[in-house]
Design a protein around this ligand. Sequence first.
Ligand SMILES: Cc1cc2nc3c(=O)[nH]c(=O)nc-3n(C[C@H](O)[C@H](O)[C@H](O)COP(=O)(O)O)c2cc1C
Length: 179
Amino acid sequence: MNIIAICGSPRKGNTEFVLKRILTKAEELGSSVELVLLREKRIEFCNGCLSCDSTGKCNIRDDMQLIYPKLESADLIILGSPNYFHNVSGMMKNFIDRLLPLYYIEKLKDKKIVEVIVGASGESDAIKKSIGCFEEAVNLLKASCVGDLYLAARKSQDIENDPDKIKKIDEFTEGLIGS
Ligand SMILES: Cc1cc2nc3c(=O)[nH]c(=O)nc-3n(C[C@H](O)[C@H](O)[C@H](O)COP(=O)(O)O)c2cc1C
């Protein structure tokens, strides 16, 4: 399986750790994997021109041009973000906005997507609302959510230092790749 994970955290913290852990395990199980750290990419804001409506392409010349074909060829896309105000991070939201060309030409139709959120709060409202943001985008793209994972953590190394959460990530990955 060809897997690409997109990390929408501005820091080297929990979201990045979770995605790396999933990818390492998936690689052990035979997948080819790639992690994209949005904070290291030059990705402009969508300028709202809507020209992708007719062209199916984005005319902003930045790092999204390298990411579009990787998304199209992936068997599985993992979207990971911190919970910011019960939403995805601005960095992740901008990435989602830049998927508009793929929305118009339905290039992510039926694509398998996994949603990962890390937030300080483990309350059901925090989980439902932040995961729900990913779900709205996935539905509009006509893609298919094949798994979601919400983990509670606040400081940047909270998950790395928590064996129970690491076990949960590994079990989640085995369920995902094994199925
Ligand atoms: C701007 C901002 C807004 C946040 N809003 C929430 C929130 O609404 N709910 C929550 O549970 N955690 C919130 N948090 C906490 C982060 O989700 C938490 O620290 C998480 O571990 C960050 O993930 P990271 O380590 O991958 O960056 C917020 C953090 C920041 C910086």
